[in-house]
Ligand binder design. Structure first.
Ligand SMILES: Cc1cc2nc3c(=O)[nH]c(=O)nc-3n(C[C@H](O)[C@H](O)[C@H](O)COP(=O)(O)OP(=O)(O)OC[C@H]3O[C@@H](n4cnc5c(N)ncnc54)[C@H](O)[C@@H]3O)c2cc1C
Length: 387
């Protein structure tokens, strides 16, 4: 038992958030002498995530890992369709294995960082730091960064609605050229909604290959067979034939305004989805991890009381009202996203969803929605009838 072995920083989980923060720490002279321990339960992580996000087309940070990017997007609902460029942005796709491998190589060259494959079971804060426990060992750190997401925390409360972005994706190959490889279908709402918000992503990698993902924003996951049934029906409906399924991807991403930051303390910071770095109204997380990890390493240079890191912005309030409406009227997602795409350019919408829009653009986007629905929901929340 390595009882009490001491580090400056301990990270629980070696996913996107930990690796992005650690990568930045390694690159900064300021942290050259900081000792870091990463505790990860899964020694065989590989392509467990396909990360899609939009950013400036010319940005190169992720270039070594990007497998495809699109400058055109489709949006479809039963009443409205759009095919438009998103320049100067591009919608990009990367697979996680490439990134995990690159950061692990960086870590191996750095004598101050250790990865240990063991599951964190608990942690306790004491006056000068944190004790982190695994089944076999117990370690101590000045600062502890926890990226382990706990569904129980959000499911056991009633104040903030909790939806999930849950999905099954198939990487398919067709025996005939079928896809326009320059266009990503960002949301196709022309499928049966069945009382929820349901759509398809179609992300072509070539004329004969695509990731087709059946996605819901709703409270409860489906049986595995239900996702498969809908995927099959969609391929038939779109006349996509001669299909071989090469790989599958399944997941569930939390969508909630639950204030994760209240679990932070002087020496403990929750990061990634566990820290509320997932955009509540869309489930997009990867680009927010990039923004937050940059802010975090700057913060760590100047201040070590981790309670001071998170700041609530106006976007949290927008997300709260939107999620309140979507949780209460879960069948209205197609209509709401349709209105947004009908009345605004994709570039404005993407900048809004990325929390980089101006107040004027935000007002314009709000005007796309039926005000009565939102105002009623704001009153409900003010009166304490949450959802
Ligand atoms: C399949 C999938 C696809 C996604 N695609 C996108 C996308 O396209 N775009 C986007 O913006 N977001 C996407 N997301 C959401 C988000 O970007 C990812 O979930 C991202 O990986 C979150 O990073 P994280 O570090 O918070 O969590 P994770 O990457 O999940 O990392 C947490 C780590 O903690 C480890 N762990 C868990 N419990 C323990 C324990 N007890 N002890 C030690 N280690 C533990 C896990 O093994 C994991 O490695 C996707 C999510 C999933 C699940």
């Amino acid at each position: 038992m390595k009882k009490g072995q001491q580090y400056d920083f301990i990270f629980a989980g070696a996913g996107a958030a930990t690796l992005q923060v650690v990568e930045r720490l390694v690159q900064m002279e300021h942290f050259a002498n900081v000792s870091i321990l990463i505790l990860e339960q899964d020694a065989n992580k590989n392509n467990d995530r396909t990360w899609c996000f939009w950013e400036d087309k010319n940005k190169t940070k992720w270039a070594p890992h990007i497998i495809k990017e699109w400058e055109y997007v489709n949006f479809n609902s039963t009443s409205f369709s759009l095919h438009k460029t998103i320049r100067p942005l591009a919608y990009k796709m990367m697979r996680s294995d490439s990134y995990y491998t690159a950061v692990k190589a960086l870590i191996e060259q750095n004598g101050n960082i250790t990865i240990s494959y063991e599951a964190v079971t608990s942690f306790d804060e004491y006056q000068g730091g944190v004790t982190v426990n695994t089944a076999e060992n117990s370690y101590r750190a000045r600062l502890f960064f926890n990226s382990i997401f706990d569904w129980n925390i959000v499911q056991q409360q009633k104040r903030y609605p909790v939806l999930q972005q849950h999905f099954l994706g198939w990487f398919i190959k067709t025996d005939q050229p079928t896809f326009d490889e320059n266009t990503a279908t960002f949301m196709d709402f022309t499928i049966a909604q069945k009382g929820n918000t349901r759509f398809m992503y179609v992300l072509p990698l070539s004329p004969t290959e695509a990731l087709v993902e059946y996605t819901l924003f709703s409270k409860k996951r489906l049986q595995h067979a239900a996702y498969e049934r809908e995927l099959r029906a969609y391929l038939t409906e779109k006349n996509i034939r001669g299909v071989t399924i090469k790989e599958t991807e399944k997941g569930s991403i939390p969508m909630t305004c639950y204030p994760f930051a209240k679990h932070n303390s002087k020496h403990v910071l929750h990061i990634g989805s566990a820290g509320g770095w997932t955009k509540p109204s869309t489930g997009f997380t990867f680009a927010f991890i990039e923004q937050k990890s940059a802010a975090l390493v700057d913060f760590l240079k100047t201040n070590n009381d981790m309670r001071l890191f998170e700041k609530r912005t106006r976007f949290w309030w927008y997300d709260l009202v939107f999620l309140d409406v979507l949780a209460r009227h879960n069948d209205k997602g197609s209509f709401l996203f349709g209105r947004m795409f009908e009345h605004n350019t994709p570039a404005t919408i993407f900048s809004f969803l990325e929390e980089k829009s101006t107040f004027g653009e935000e007002l314009q986007i709000m005007r796309s929605f039926p005000m009565g629905l939102f105002i009623r929901q704001i009153f409900r929340r003010l009166l304490g009838a949450f959802h």
